[in-house]
Design a protein. Structure first.
Length: 261
């Protein structure tokens, strides 16, 4: 009996480390981190993925540390990797939502905000719409399954008992964060340019015809440009989001490969 316990105890520690990485990913990744997903479902999914992945890790797991401090350091490392994995995926949706927020700011929608039930924060109207479009496109192409497959494969690239290059992980996350504003501008650029041209035209009209109240004319005009432009460019936006999703998963793989050496 004691021999059996001695064999099970190391795997139990490895299993605990795996659940920490998976739980951290679930807490930060898009779709999975939403408040609308019950905690019990998230917990059950974490345990299920850990059980499925355990045989893959068992052969190369190594020997868990005997002291508490070393195990705590490994647990912190696993949490960092899981959070980094989820944050890189979340940045795609942050960029898409920022694109909608920029359009709202130019069109005059920024003053009216709604509460996002998934995150519990206030967001602009088109910002939330773009976020929903991104989530729908992400789910349609199987992005959630790709994320699960990616986090499971991360146990091969960075085993639970290994000491990865956390600097490479942090550097990879920061590199992805640098692209958020660029991606947001790329998504919203056509509508932002159209709104800027409308502002210039309204300014010229205001100088040419001072009697005309350009605020009354400009508000519905800019709202119409934002809504019609969003509807016309929706297929292109969805295609670009699909491309960004594939690029994001490639970047995640590259970050984990760099961390694992």
């Amino acid at each position: 009996m004691e021999g059996l316990l001695e064999q099970i105890a190391p795997m139990a520690l490895v299993f605990a480390l795996m659940t920490i990485r998976l739980g951290a990913m679930m807490a930060s990744a898009p779709v999975f981190s939403a408040r609308t997903v019950p905690v019990r479902v998230k917990g059950a999914l974490v345990v299920l993925l850990a059980v499925v992945s355990l045989p893959m890790v068992a052969g190369s797991a190594g020997t868990p540390p005997a002291d508490v401090v070393s195990f705590a350091l490994l647990a912190v490392k696993e949490a960092i990797i899981g959070v980094a994995f989820g944050l890189v995926a979340q940045m795609l949706f942050a960029a898409v939502q920022m694109a909608g927020a920029l359009i709202d700011l130019q069109a005059g929608f920024a003053i009216s905000q709604v509460v996002d039930p998934a995150s519990g924060t206030s967001v602009t109207v088109l910002g939330k719409f773009y976020n929903l479009v991104a989530i729908s496109a992400f789910l349609a192409i199987g992005g959630a399954q790709w994320l699960v497959a990616g986090i499971v494969r991360s146990f091969e690239l960075v085993p639970p008992l290994a000491t990865p290059d956390l600097g490479a992980v942090v550097q990879g996350v920061l590199a992805q964060a640098d692209d958020i504003v660029l991606v947001a501008v790329q998504i919203g650029a056509p509508i932002l340019v159209a709104l800027f041209v409308a502002d210039v035209a309204l300014g010229i009209v205001a100088r040419s015809v001072p009697q005309m109240n350009v605020f009354i004319v400009g508000l519905p005009l800019k709202v119409g440009i934002a809504l019609v432009g969003t509807a016309i460019l929706l297929p292109t936006t969805v295609a670009y989001i699909d491309e960004l999703s594939g690029r994001m998963l490639s970047d995640l793989s590259a970050i984990l490969r760099a961390a694992g050496g």
